[in-house]
Ligand binder design. Structure first.
Ligand code: FAD
Length: 74
């Protein structure tokens, strides 16, 4: 991983608020990801994964809304 060109901090992959790494189109979530205020809990990892997926979806298809909607509205 140290050879992948990812910016690391505390032996973890540094991400921004969208879970984006310093490498284009590479995201990280869960314990491997590090950001200010990071707390390593299962619930946080799930939230970070959803955050990353939403940002990836709108990156791949800019017409998509970042907020995908709520199942309760379906
Ligand atoms: C002792 C302990 C107790 C904890 N108790 C709690 C708790 O009560 N509540 C709570 O919310 N959190 C708890 N946590 C934290 C929680 O376990 C983690 O936040 C959570 O498991 C992180 O999930 P993850 O999927 O990001 O990483 P992980 O669960 O670490 O999953 C990463 C997976 O990737 C695999 N892997 C690694 N390298 C490779 C590779 N090269 N190729 C393929 N696979 C690879 C690993 O084998 C592992 O299965 C605890 C942690 C510890 C250590």
């Amino acid at each position: 991983m140290e050879q992948w060109g990812l910016e690391l901090r505390r032996r973890r992959i540094l991400v921004d608020r969208t879970m984006r790494t310093n490498r284009q189109r590479v995201f990280a979530a869960g314990d491997i990801a590090d950001h200010d205020g990071k707390v390593s809990l299962i619930s946080i990892g799930f939230g970070e994964a959803a955050l990353a997926v939403n940002h990836i979806a709108s990156l791949l298809d800019p017409a998509r809304s970042l907020t995908p909607g709520h199942s309760s509205d379906a």
